[in-house]
Write a protein of this length. Structure first.
Ligand SMILES: Cc1ncc(C[n+]2csc(CCOP(=O)(O)OP(=O)(O)O)c2C)c(N)n1
Ligand SMILES: [Mg+2]
Lengths: 194, 587
């Protein structure tokens, strides 16, 4: 059957088209999901991301309406514009997901993250850490003779920046919540987030 | 509203009855015994005892796809549920509504590695549309009703309700389907009228249009198929279909081009490649259809009608996305187009058909049957000739070359007559599926076109067919090969036939006999018609071992990753000058 000489290319040994999908630029989007607060809902959302190969940069979840059994999930993801559209459409199909909002495209949003830093040191470094914490409006939430725990709230970039400064000053441990976000200004009843 | 108290187990049976269920496919075990006890004490619902839980799900799929109603499955915990996973995945890929009820260990033992415990909702989360673990008997009835609602609405699919044994024993309040909270799940069925109007405009001016239809038309219902036929006939546009959509537009219809895709017809694929308006109705631009995405139908404006928003722009960017149910959208489209005068560019359409007719002359399915060795295409062609006039015929298939030959050489003139595993390509689908179809249509002619390897994957269901006296016809094209695998190895892997043949095949006639069914062996072309007639004449399950040429390849074929106009044709196709014209590269 040599007459059927199929051109050897990127895909000739596969049942699939093995092309490179990275033709578009990557974007970072913050999505807010309103979901039923029921067992397994987070697993469904996370499973969708891992099963379909999407990225999760950060994820937060908590109940926001106890009587209505609603939780809000904030996901920060990256992907090409078409992948971001797919992610939103796929999330919209999940039965306990009520609303999918793309805060990156739906007007302006405020994003905040909370982080706790344990910084260990004595003498000059300790003084310097405290001085910088003041500039970042970090709260001291715990202190011993040779350590502080600082609490910082702000954008992820502010927290990154504070972490970079603390590292040479004895940063031992860091915990971050991940991003939560809300659209700014007035929201009409229909498009509003609960 | 009257509120009845009953046990969880009787609630299950009551809820199924209230949903109008007449058949359940299942297999008992410890964790579902209370439910089986209730099944025993009633006779409104028939229970079919399969021989493997995978068979139960495929049988329910056959039932669902041939009736348009949900298929219902009942299995036990642990191995019962895990055996059902392939069937659920198959149903998810092909959008088949299935409601699977599984037993679970008692709630107080969940998480303890109890006997026959498996995390069924965890395992089936990615292979169901939605699933539930019911922990209170009071929630059981409404959850089952919600499960039916989710399975049937929007894009249909499989759902699972996991029911711990203590929930089956305990008493609670029953609620009927109307009173049940079916939640907020209500996908949009009406399409955007502005986009529909743009599509009507495009239909008026298109010079080389094509309808590309899929399983979504059939899932939408008989009305959608009727509207599609009206639209195709009134516009005079050519129509092709995916493997899943066969029968939505009749194969004996004037404008039918045949199936498209990897093993689709030459004229269908070239028309897709060269069209200027592609109207995708309920199909999803699967990779077996598009070939190389960058070269897919490069010069066309594309419209896409789909009830699932995630199907739109997933693979192929479309200019006219219409999210909605096919029936509703086609209805509106016809209304708008009619009110605008129902015109098309008739001279251009005529020219387009002339081009298509040139491609048709290639006669891409042509083959020659000479000598006594049966060519598989010939076997299918004779099966078609001898059964196509049957008033009530259903065709199931397994997966492989035989499946593609059946799609190419058999004509489906009505929807819900063609049951095949498309998205998942599940070997072992066809036989149990034919059982489900026959349960739903006891007097119909139900044929499973099978390959010997696929058929062996669920051959235990012979027991089911015999026990329930289901006269399913198993027509096995026996090439003693994993034919489709062998074909790829021949064409793409240097003819190194790594593990693609079976060395110890059973004697299928004796096998049928051992189960108490009829076996027929055909190995000479001269006996083919008589053998098929004997199969048709027998009132009971039949296994036909039709021994065919072992090295046949299935053509046409678009090697994966190639565009539509780079198709391989069989040696008998009349390449003539149409090839040059179509720009196809034949090597
Ligand atoms: C469960 C499963 N395993 C493996 C495959 C891969 N596969 C696709 S076709 C095929 C061969 C099928 O052989 P047979 O049923 O004899 O059909 P033929 O191609 O010979 O007509 C195989 C192994 C599959 N589709 N499904
Ligand atoms: Mg075979």
């Amino acid at each position: 059957m040599s007459q059927l000489n199929i051109k050897k290319g990127s895909s000739s040994h596969s049942a699939y088209d093995l092309r490179d999908y990275h033709e578009q630029g990557m974007e970072r989007h913050t999505l807010a999901l309103i979901v039923d607060n029921e067992a397994g809902v987070l697993a469904r959302v996370i499973g969708l991301f891992s099963g379909r190969g999407y990225n999760i940069e950060s994820l937060t979840v908590a109940e926001i309406d106890h009587t209505g059994h609603r939780s809000r999930i904030t996901v920060v993801t990256t992907g090409t514009p078409s992948v971001i559209e797919q992610i939103k459409a796929q999330l919209g199909r999940v039965v306990p997901v009520h609303d999918v909002h793309d805060l990156t495209t739906e007007g302006v949003a405020v994003e905040r993250e909370l982080a706790l830093f344990r910084v260990v040191g004595r003498g000059d470094v300790r003084v310097e850490a405290l001085r910088l914490a003041d500039i970042f409006r970090a709260q001291v939430v715990d202190s011993t003779l040779d350590s502080f725990v600082f609490e910082v709230t702000g954008t992820s970039r502010k927290i990154d920046a504070f972490a970079d400064l603390m590292r040479p000053l004895g940063l031992e441990e860091l915990a971050r919540t991940g991003v939560v976000a809300l659209a700014r200004g007035e929201i009409d009843a229909e498009g509003g987030l609960t | 509203m009257e509120q009845e108290q009953m046990t969880g187990a009787s609630m299950v049976v009551r809820a199924l009855q209230d949903q109008g269920v007449d058949v359940v496919f299942g297999y008992p075990g410890g964790a579902v015994l209370p439910i089986y006890d209730e099944v025993f004490q009633q006779n409104r619902i028939r229970h079919v005892l399969v021989r493997h839980e995978q068979g139960a799900v495929h049988a329910a799929e056959g039932y669902a796809r041939s009736t348009g109603r949900p298929g219902v499955v009942l299995v036990t915990s642990g191995p019962g549920a895990t055996n059902a996973v392939t069937g659920l995945t198959d149903a998810l890929m092909d959008s088949v509504p299935i409601v699977l009820l599984s037993g679970q260990v008692p709630t107080f033992m969940i998480g303890n590695d109890a006997f026959q415990e498996a995390d069924t909702v965890g395992i089936t989360r990615p292979c169901t549309k939605h699933n539930w673990l019911v922990k209170e008997t009071d929630r059981l009835a409404s959850t089952i009703h919600e499960a039916f609602h989710v399975a049937m609405n929007g894009r249909p699919g499989p759902v699972l309700v996991d029911i711990p044994k203590d929930v089956q024993f305990a008493s609670g309040t029953y609620v009927g389907p109307e009173a049940a909270q079916t939640g907020h799940y209500a996908p949009k069925v009406k399409g955007d009228i502005e986009v529909i109007t743009s599509l009507a405009e495009a239909i008026e001016t298109a010079r080389r249009p094509i309808f590309y239809t899929g399983g979504g038309v059939i899932n939408s219902g008989d009305r959608a198929c009727e509207l599609l036929r009206r639209l195709v006939d009134k516009t005079g546009f050519p129509v092709t279909s995916t493997l899943m959509g066969l029968g939505a537009y009749p194969a004996n219809g004037q404008n039918w081009l045949g199936m498209l895709g990897m093993h689709g017809l030459y004229e269908a694929n070239l028309a897709m490649h060269d069209c200027d308006l592609m109207i995708n109705v309920g199909a999803r631009f699967d990779d077996r259809i598009t070939g190389r995405v960058q070269d897919f139908s490069p010069d066309s404006v594309k419209a896409h009608i789909d009830i699932d928003p995630s199907s739109i722009n997933k693979v192929i960017h479309v200019e006219l996305p219409i999210i909605g149910d096919v029936g509703h959208v086609l209805e509106d489209l016809l209304k708008v187009w009619n009110s605008r005068g129902a015109t098309t560019d008739a001279p251009a359409i005529k020219e387009w058909w002339e081009r298509i007719n040139e491609w048709r002359k290639v006669d891409c399915l042509k083959f020659e049957q000479t000598g006594s060795t049966i060519r598989p295409q010939h076997a299918i062609q004779r099966l078609e000739a001898l059964t196509k006039d049957h008033p009530d015929r259903y065709i199931c298939t397994e997966v492989g070359q035989h499946q593609m030959w059946a799609a190419q050489y058999m004509g489906m003139n009505d929807p819900k007559r063609w049951m095949t595993s498309g998205g998942l390509g599940t070997m072992g689908y066809g036989f149990p599926s034919s059982i489900g179809v026959q349960m739903a249509h006891p007097d119909a002619l139900v044929i499973n076109v099978a390959g010997e390897a696929s058929w062996l994957m669920n051959m235990q269901e012979m027991g089911t067919a015999v026990q329930y006296r289901l006269p399913v016809k198993q027509f096995i094209l026996n090439n003693e090969r994993l034919g489709m695998v062998r074909q790829w190895q021949e064409l793409l892997h240097g003819e190194r036939y790594s593990h693609s043949w079976s060395e110890a095949l059973p004697d299928f006639v004796k096998l049928a006999d051992a189960f108490g069914a009829k076996g027929i062996m055909i190995d000479d072309a001269a006996d083919l018609d008589d053998g098929i007639k004997e199969m048709l004449a027998h009132d009971g399950p039949v296994v036909v071992d039709c021994v065919v040429e072992k090295h046949e390849n299935c053509f046409p074929m678009i090697p994966s990753g190639e565009p539509h106009n780079k198709m391989l044709l069989g040696e008998n196709a009349d390449t003539g000058n149409a090839i040059k014209e179509g720009g196809a590269v034949l090597v």
